[in-house]
Design a protein around this ligand. Sequence first.
Ligand code: NAP
Length: 277
Amino acid sequence: VIVVSGASGHIGGEVLRQLCALGHPVRALSRDPSKLSVPAGATAAKADLQDADSTRTALDGASKLFFVIDAPQLPKAAANVAPLAAAAGVKHIVMVSSGTVLFQPEPVIGRWHREAEETVKASGVAWTFLRPGNFASNSLRWAGSIRAQGSVFGVLAGPSTPIHEHDIADVAVKALTTPGHENVAHRLTGPERMTAADQVAAIGAAIGRELRFVPVPREGALAGMIKGGMPEAIARAVLELQREGHGDEVTSAVRDIAGHPGRTYASWARENAARFG
Ligand SMILES: NC(=O)c1ccc[n+]([C@@H]2O[C@H](COP(=O)([O-])OP(=O)(O)OC[C@H]3O[C@@H](n4cnc5c(N)ncnc54)[C@H](OP(=O)(O)O)[C@@H]3O)[C@@H](O)[C@H]2O)c1
């Protein structure tokens, strides 16, 4: 059975759907399985990946594991999950890591993901690390100010390569179900470089409304993120990645592995227009 963590989330939910459609037996994990919509062919199990007992039960009889969790929890969760996966006889862990592991100097978010990668490697289980950059879904954070003010307030930063979460899921499913991905890290990006202002314009086009990107000083952006409910340490870590002159390069990994071009941010914005309109 393939165990899918984060099954209630953006990537894990799509990995679950695709594996079931391909006919693989799947166990979908959540801390609250009642909120999962579980397709035919899958079972749901309750697991907290920071908790040894529920993780051990969740991994019983597993052949492979798709591993994703909120980034700040990743080092501790990996220290719990990796040795238990090895003990359970799991043959392959496909983990959502981050392109930030390659950044120098190492940002806080890069450290969380690097530590988790090292722990998974040390378990002796074959691994695949997916290292995406900025998720398209991060812009859901802008929904409130777009609806209320037609504006997004953010710091001026270099372009990123926003990636559709379903492209990450497509690559994860290939890594879980086809050979050749063992002990390899894949640097994943969207198909184009965009600034935050470009992204805001794409959302505006999707909802048929002119939107503004309003640059604000870093302290103002930090205060806004904390006011929006983000813990301060995490807000600082997120802001650390938003720098002028710092930008990702587009890679061909999604096309090479998934067999189709990366989905554009404009397509993501059209699919999610109802969240902003
Ligand atoms: N955002 C970015 O730009 C970016 C860039 C590079 C890499 N990443 C990586 O991608 C991850 C996010 O992926 P995503 O968007 O698919 O996630 P998501 O939609 O935010 O979902 C996170 C999942 O983690 C699960 N989870 C949280 N705490 C858990 C725990 N203690 N035990 C078990 N499950 C737990 C949640 O499940 P339940 O609540 O159902 O338990 C949820 O399904 C980040 O954490 C980071 O590592 C993100």
